[in-house]
Each structure stands twice: as C-alpha cells, then as structure tokens.
Design a protein around this ligand. Structure first.
Ligand SMILES: [Ca+2]
Length: 303
C-alpha cells in the first residue's frame, strides 16, 4: 500500500516534470523568436571586444540569446572537448546545466530544473560557477539567506543530479559561495566580496582543509580556476573592462593578471575556466548581458 502510494506520487512527479519541461521548451522558442527579432531591429548592442590588455588574445567567441543562454548564465567548465555551463534565475527556482560542443558552440544537452525538488525545498536556489573533474560537474550553490551553502554534483555525461554536500561550518564564512574549482583532489573557493582568503576542501570527503591568506583584498569574485599552482579569479567589478587576478597558492601573493574589454558596459563577468591541450593554455570566460545574451570567450595566454 505504501509502495503503491509512493509510485503514484512518482508518476505524478514525472508527469509534472514533463509538463514543466514542455513549458520551458515553449517559453524558450517564443523568447528566442522575440530576442532574434529585437536584435535584428536594433543591431548589436556591443562594440567588438578587444584583446586582454596584458597577455590575453581573443581567439573565439560563442554567442547565445537569453532564451538559450539563461541556462548557463553563471558557471563555465571544460574537460577539453566540451564546455559545461550552469545557470539559474533566482526566486523562480529555475536552474539548469548544459553541455556544449567546444568545437562548434552547439548546445548538445540541457537539463532544465536540474536540482531535484527535495534540494529546492531546502532553499537552494543559486547555482554559481562550476568545475569538471573525473566525469563529474561540481557547482557552487547558495541557499536563501546564505544558509548552509553546498556543492552540487552532476554526472558530466547525462547532466543528471547525483548528490550534494553542505560546506563544513568552519568553511562557510559569510555563506556567499559564488564559485568553486577542482584541482588534484582539492576544491578551491572564495566568498564573493572583500575576498582575502582562498578556502580549500578535500574533494574526496568534502572536509575542510584550511585556507590560503591573500596579501591583498579583491572583490566581486564570480569565478576561478587553478593552473600550475596559480589560482585565477574573475572579478565582476563594473564597466566593460573586466579584471582577472592571480593568486600564488604557495605564498598568497595576489596580482592583477589580465584586463579584458568585453565590448559592453552592461556585461557581467561570471564563471571561468582554464584548459591546457597539447601545451596550449586557454582561458575561457562567461560574459553575460542580463536578459539579453550569454557569450563564451576563449583567449590564448602569452604567459
Ligand atoms: Ca569554472
């Protein structure tokens, strides 16, 4: 009897889930047409972005209208072959994870409403920057009132939700948890504003490993990734030019590494990731003009 009740609920949840997915698909089509018409009428709102001023050369950009780009307006990760993106719309409990062909920019898979109802019920609403490691996507996630921020884990192939882990109390700080990255079994993260330390988790059991003190304070940090012992932090301080900081993880020395002209003063710098393929180092950034477009920009580094 109990089993029958459970399966009845399961069928209803499945039906409700497919109705929601169909509604989102319809919404997406309608808004795609609307935005395409709008941009055709008004032309591009951005001037062409130029190269990073200190050692970044723009190689490629993939541009998406809001109807598609909302699904990855927060986080960006790569395994070398694909990009992975995370997105959310606060207050309406919309959240998503996508997989993008890195060679073409085509969205090959999208999991709308990727957080299960029991996780949403705990107040988790804001997916931030994400990272790829060992076939999984890890994403920073904040809850209402910044209580108990958690790492959400997804299968990188299916994009299905796997599990979540609340940050240990001593590593929660202000509760702001905008981004994370994973490198050699360690999860790195910071809070968003007035950042003067990098916090570390053990990726195996999500226990707190301590922090690296930075020798200067930076702010509005929305993404980060580690390369060769250096943590790169994307900042969303206003204006069309966006700063990337570097933090030497051995000494805490923090410097401005790059400035990028995004071509639009309304751009928000969101998630980022760094990749190395055949010795070629690439910096990838997610630039979002709210309610308009999401752009993935790839740069070569002279460093
Ligand atoms: Ca990332």
């Amino acid at each position: 009897m109990r089993g029958a009740r459970r399966s009845g609920r399961g069928v209803r949840a499945l039906w409700e889930g497919s109705v929601m997915t169909a509604l989102i698909a319809l919404w997406r089509k309608a808004f795609h047409l609307l935005f395409a018409a709008l941009f055709a009428l008004t032309g591009m709102v951005s001037s062409a972005p130029s190269d990073g001023q200190a050692g970044l050369t723009l190689l490629r950009e993939y541009d998406y209208l809001y109807s598609d780009g909302v699904a990855f307006c927060q986080g960006l990760a790569t395994d070398g072959e694909s990009f992975y993106g995370t997105g959310c719309v606060k207050y309406v409990d919309y959240n998503a994870i996508v997989k993008i062909d890195a060679d073409t920019g085509a969205i090959v898979r999208c999991n709308d409403l990727c957080l299960p109802p029991e996780v949403l019920a705990k107040g988790y609403s804001h997916l931030g920057d994400c990272a790829y490691a060992d076939g999984k996507i890890y994403a920073a996630c904040e809850a209402f009132f910044f209580r108990d921020p958690a790492v959400m884990v997804f299968d990188a192939e299916t994009l299905d939700f796997l599990e979540y882990h609340v940050l240990p109390r001593e590593g929660q700080g202000s509760g702001h948890f905008p981004w994370l990255c994973v490198q050699d079994g360690t999860i790195y993260y910071t809070q968003s504003r007035d950042v003067d330390e990098v916090r570390l988790l053990d990726a195996a059991d999500f226990s707190y490993k301590g922090s690296v003190h930075m020798d200067r304070t930076v702010t509005k940090i929305t993404g980060g990734d580690v390369l060769d012992g250096v943590l790169y932090l994307a900042s969303n301080v206003g204006g069309r030019e966006k700063i990337t900081y570097s933090v030497d993880l051995a000494t805490g020395e923090t410097k401005e590494a790059f400035r990028r002209d995004t071509g639009n003063a309304g751009t928000e710098a969101e998630g980022m990731c760094v990749s190395r393929t055949d010795g070629e180092i690439r910096f990838h950034y997610l630039d979002v003009v709210p309610l308009a477009r999401t752009t993935v920009r790839t740069y070569a580094s002279a460093a």
